[in-house]
Design a protein around this ligand. Sequence first.
Ligand code: SF4
Length: 181
Amino acid sequence: MAKPKVATCSLAGCFGCHMSVLDIDDRILKLVELIEFDKSPINDIKEFTCQCAVGLIEGGCCNEENVRVLQSFRKHCDILISVGECAIMGGIPAMRNTIPLRECLEEAYLNGPTVYNPAKQIPNDSDIPLLLNKVYPCHEVVKIDYHLPGCPPSADTIWEALVALLTDKPVELPYELIKYD
Ligand code: SF4
């Protein structure tokens, strides 16, 4: 019987949540018995090859490319999970949300104390995805089915949630896996 497919992506994230997926250590052997990865940086498959059972999203949306990828995940994944604070709330990238975008760009490319930019140009090549006015959590862009909190969520949290979903059990994470005090 074909194994369910799992896809993952990192939008405006740091890949720490993907590192946490890999932190399941030797359980990765059990995982590959349960699933196959489709589009994911873990296997470097760049495009969806089929409909997936689960999509794991790291990071929020800071540019138009993030939005396009997230919409594509919503379309190709039956269950979509925001993994980590950046996907759930915008995280550290969302610290720019209180500052006008123009001001952020000028600080980064013109006025910052370590900037060397004699041409005084802010990059605007058409190949560079356009920045959004602010960083959006994933659920403000598409419907998200589950949120796994943490920065990053622990490997145990990701493992328990994924196995429950893949074996048609309710996702009932014990308190110690979702407490952050
Ligand atoms: S939630 Fe934390 S670990 Fe995950 S992408 Fe954001 S900053 Fe990195």
